[in-house]
Design a protein around this ligand. Structure first.
Ligand code: NAD
Ligand code: FES
Length: 279
């Protein structure tokens, strides 16, 4: 059992949970994830390890509570327990001394981006961070990213903070500035965003890494649920990823697979809500 030490609402439907998981904290590397099983019979949910404190034996998880299972996880109060936290899983981020890198986070994807950006900065890269969201409440971790970024550029779709528009507008400016053009770009967020970033960098030959979030079940390469196509080959995001070369990913098939279970997911969410009302 894994005790919850902190459970904070960071943005609408987005919780930050600090969980005691000594072995995971000691072994994890940036870019890896865990699979959380909140209680008996619950769905297994993959969550990026947002940060870890080895001395305290804790890991930080960011959970977007949009479905029945994620709502059950965020409902665990401080002092409560998660039944299983399995990991660390997946390949760590390819951390190299690229020189100048751009880290681009869309919405909740910013939480997944955070450990990658931190590890890149720790190795001496000059990190420019671009984060975007629908409006100000959806902008997360700007101060935390600012602690090690050369600068943090913010975009919102309604212009409530930062530049009005998408993250790609800021990235275009960065690429166009010869003194700031990144040698590598790391992008995490909704699929259309990662696809747009990859198309933006392709003509310039800028190495682009994206973090994919297909449906996962076992997280160990056994079930095939997380398969994605990269470079024309079938890969399993849980063991070969979750990070891939953005220029090689087939984003169309990824989108199709992500929408396959939408109706069932909505049905489960409504049943959970109904159960909560009846309790
Ligand atoms: P959102 O839809 O509010 O978008 C956040 C920002 O991404 C936008 O403000 C914009 O700047 C950028 N963006 C979105 N579409 C774009 C486009 N077509 N072109 C350029 N930029 C674009 O994001 P959200 O609601 O916070 O995120 C939810 C989605 O992110 C879900 O689909 C979820 O599955 C996915 N997600 C992905 C990961 C991952 O590891 N890749 C992690 C968490 C969440
Ligand atoms: Fe089953 Fe990746 S989640 S193979």
């Amino acid at each position: 059992m894994y005790q919850v030490l902190e459970n904070t609402l960071l943005a609408p439907n987005l919780h930050r949970m600090v969980v005691r998981a000594e072995r995971v904290a000691a072994a994890r590397k940036a870019g890896q994830f865990v699979i959380v099983h909140v209680d008996a019979g619950a769905e297994r949910i993959p969550l990026t390890i947002g940060d870890a404190n080895v001395a305290q034996g804790t890991i930080t998880l960011y959970i977007q509570a949009i479905g029945a299972s994620t709502q059950r996880i965020v409902a665990v109060p401080v002092g409560g327990y998660l039944r299983d936290v399995a990991g660390p899983l997946g390949q760590p981020t390819e951390i190299e001394d690229w020189g100048r890198v751009a880290c681009v986070g869309g919405g909740v994807g910013t939480a997944v981006l955070f450990p990658m950006a931190k590890a890149l900065a720790d190795l001496g890269n000059e990190v420019t961070t671009i984060i975007g969201g629908r409006s100000e409440p959806y902008i997360i971790l700007a101060n935390e990213l600012g602690a090690f970024s050369k600068d943090v550029r913010i975009t919102t779709e309604d212009g409530s903070i930062g530049r009005k528009g998408f993250v790609t507008a800021e990235l275009a400016d960065l690429i166009a500035d010869p003194a700031r053009t990144p040698q590598a770009v790391f992008a995490v967020g909704p699929v259309p965003m990662m696809k747009a970033v990859a198309e933006q960098t392709r003509p310039f030959g800028i190495k682009t890494i994206v973090s994919l979030n297909p449906i996962m079940i076992d997280g160990t390469g056994m079930c095939g649920g997380c398969r994605v196509i990269a470079g024309g080959e079938t890969k399993f995001a849980c063991v070969d990823g979750p990070e891939f070369d953005g220029h090689a990913v087939d984003f169309t098939s990824l989108t199709d697979r992500l929408t396959m279970y939408r109706e069932i997911e909505e049905q489960c969410r409504l049943e959970t809500l109904k159960g909560a009302v009846n309790d």
